[in-house]
Ligand binder design. Structure first.
Ligand SMILES: [Zn+2]
Ligand SMILES: [Zn+2]
Length: 351
């Protein structure tokens, strides 16, 4: 099989030709149909996360070994299944749940593999979808996407699931409450696509890019704020008659956006931090107490949440976010575009 691998952090990806693996037991080998290019791929490629104040968290210290085939948003077609596989057969097309765990800890036993303390995430700790073939450790990680196009379905495994799980943490919301979505990139657009299945609350979308806000406007009835030209806190206060927002999901989550998010929260509000853009949030502790605030993080989501999401997308025929498909060769170029914020919606690669 031919894979595009990360051999050295920060250096161009390299083609590698290796023997195509033969699945054993519950393992499944799939031919890759489509693989989303995610912002996390960029962090892994760079080798670190910015923590704010010039501090960094290095990926190598978190157990990521090179060379590594990136890509964790993968749809593939089963070409061979191990002898114990019962749920899928050759020719079945499936979305891969990439947040693979050890299978034995309390998180893995309770549908929270994404919280496993010995994670084996695909495209992070084991080889992913920037390849023509991919080996999956267990058939349970394969999700039926019958009726969906591979290029539209692949990004539900990370961007879609992350957005969905973050939104669920803020529910329920009453119709007259206001929810704010910060960031109209891939994650934000996914959230906008599905939010109406969870609540009829008012939704405000904040971004710095008018083109992205326009894409947001086309997905639903959302009020948009360009935080480059307007103060987002003042504007949210104006739009909510001075009350502020009940729930905010921050898909950017840098110093500026998290500070603004904190300052626009109303009493009993919840703020869900999702983005990995670095920075530190400082706030007055008594405010958190007196306003009874919840500030929490949200990282990807569970396997059952991914199945739920796919059911919603299929049953409600949700409109896809803008997707553009490229040849796998373009991955390096696409990662640079992701870094510069030049992708509207999602870029997908196919071998
Ligand atoms: Zn585990
Ligand atoms: Zn991702």
């Amino acid at each position: 099989m031919k894979s595009l691998q990360l051999a050295e952090f920060g250096k161009p990806l390299q083609w590698a030709e290796t023997e195509t693996p033969v699945p054993k037991g519950k393992e499944v080998l799939l031919k890759v149909d489509a693989c989303g290019v995610c912002h996390s791929d960029l962090h892994i490629w760079e080798g670190y996360y910015e923590l704010g104040n010039d501090e960094r968290m290095y990926i190598a210290e978190r157990g990521v070994d090179l060379p590594l085939t990136l890509g964790h948003e993968v749809v593939g077609t089963v070409v061979q299944a191990g002898e114990d596989v019962t749920e899928v057969k050759k020719g079945d097309r499936r979305l891969i749940y990439p947040w693979v765990g050890c299978g034995e800890c309390k998180y893995c036993r309770t549908d929270r593999m994404h919280m496993c303390l010995s994670p084996g995430s695909i495209g992070v700790f084991q080889d992913g979808g920037y390849s023509d073939y991919i080996l999956i450790p267990h058939e349970q990680y394969l999700v039926d996407i019958d009726g969906l196009k591979p290029e539209n379905a692949c990004s539900y495994a990370c961007a879609g699931l992350t957005a969905y799980s973050a939104l669920k943490k803020m529910m329920p919301l009453e119709d007259d409450e206001t929810m704010v979505i910060v960031g109209a990139g891939g994650l934000g657009l996914m959230a906008m696509q599905v939010v109406r299945e969870l609540t009829s609350a008012k939704v405000i979308v904040i971004d710095v890019d008018n083109e992205k806000l326009k894409a947001a406007g086309e997905l639903g009835n959302f009020t948009t704020i360009n935080s480059k030209s307007e103060n987002p806190v003042d504007r949210v206060m104006e739009l909510t008659d001075g009350k502020g927002a009940s729930a905010i999901v921050d898909f950017v989550n840098n110093q500026a956006t998290s500070t603004a998010a904190f300052n626009m929260l109303q009493k009993n509000g919840i703020m869900v931090m999702v983005g990995l853009f670095g920075g530190k949030l400082t706030f007055s502790n008594p405010v958190a107490t007196l306003k009874n605030l919840t500030i929490r993080g949200s990282y990807t989501g569970g396997l059952s949440e991914l199945r739920e999401l796919i059911d919603i997308v299929r049953d409600k025929k949700l409109k896809s976010i803008p997707v553009k498909t490229y040849k796998l060769d373009a991955a390096d170029e696409l990662l640079k575009k992701v870094k510069n914020g030049e992708i509207t919606g999602r870029a997908v690669v196919a071998p």
